[in-house]
Design a protein. Sequence first.
Lengths: 135, 135
Amino acid sequence: MSETKVEAKLYPIGVIRSAIQTLAQAPKQGPEGAPDAWLEVNESVAEGLDGLAKGDELILLTWLHRANRDVLKVHPRSDPQRRLTGVFATRSPDRPNPIGIHPVTIREIQENRLRIGPIEVIDGTPVIDIKPLNC
Amino acid sequence: MSETKVEAKLYPIGVIRSAIQTLAQAPKQGPEGAPDAWLEVNESVAEGLDGLAKGDELILLTWLHRANRDVLKVHPRSDPQRRLTGVFATRSPDRPNPIGIHPVTIREIQENRLRIGPIEVIDGTPVIDIKPLNC
């Protein structure tokens, strides 16, 4: 069982630059009225973008840096009428490893900056991976 | 830009117990002939499973602990005939933050052990998050 005790370090590969400045402004999911945003990819890993093009559909993984990692039960969608539920049965950002999954489309590419959307995270959210939706 | 330098530590929430013992035995993606496996969730976070049921469709996030994190370009699907492509335009496990995304179905639940599949990762792969596919 030693593998379950391994710690792994994540290094952000970029950051989201968005008009959404506060958690209160952020929709719960991208398709619920979220805007487009810029994804600024670090120069050190920009070579990894080769092959991406305008119109591509991606899955972005983000690090939800404002989340509470000690929470194991929540009211789904912050609705107190809904019973407390395990975080692994919800999309709550509060969870042991607060990774966000976001299906987005590339609107535009300017060197290591990608205009993408829709995306509901706040300005300054670290991005940890980019994957093609289909492969 | 300070957010892009933040380091984040992941703590595995469980581990995959699979008949796949070596990378050579592993299919590239779950639907390509992968077996079912057991997901053993750590007791410390098992409360987070409350609300999950047999038949639910999930997205599992794993830490691909054998991956090479220094690779930025690969031949897609390890095919030398295909031109070198940025890792962010591929599903290669080799990438700066080697996180695997796996759509799976719950076949059975035994307390903190979930029988899930299909899943292509090797025995001992750490699991870092569980999310419902729909919410």
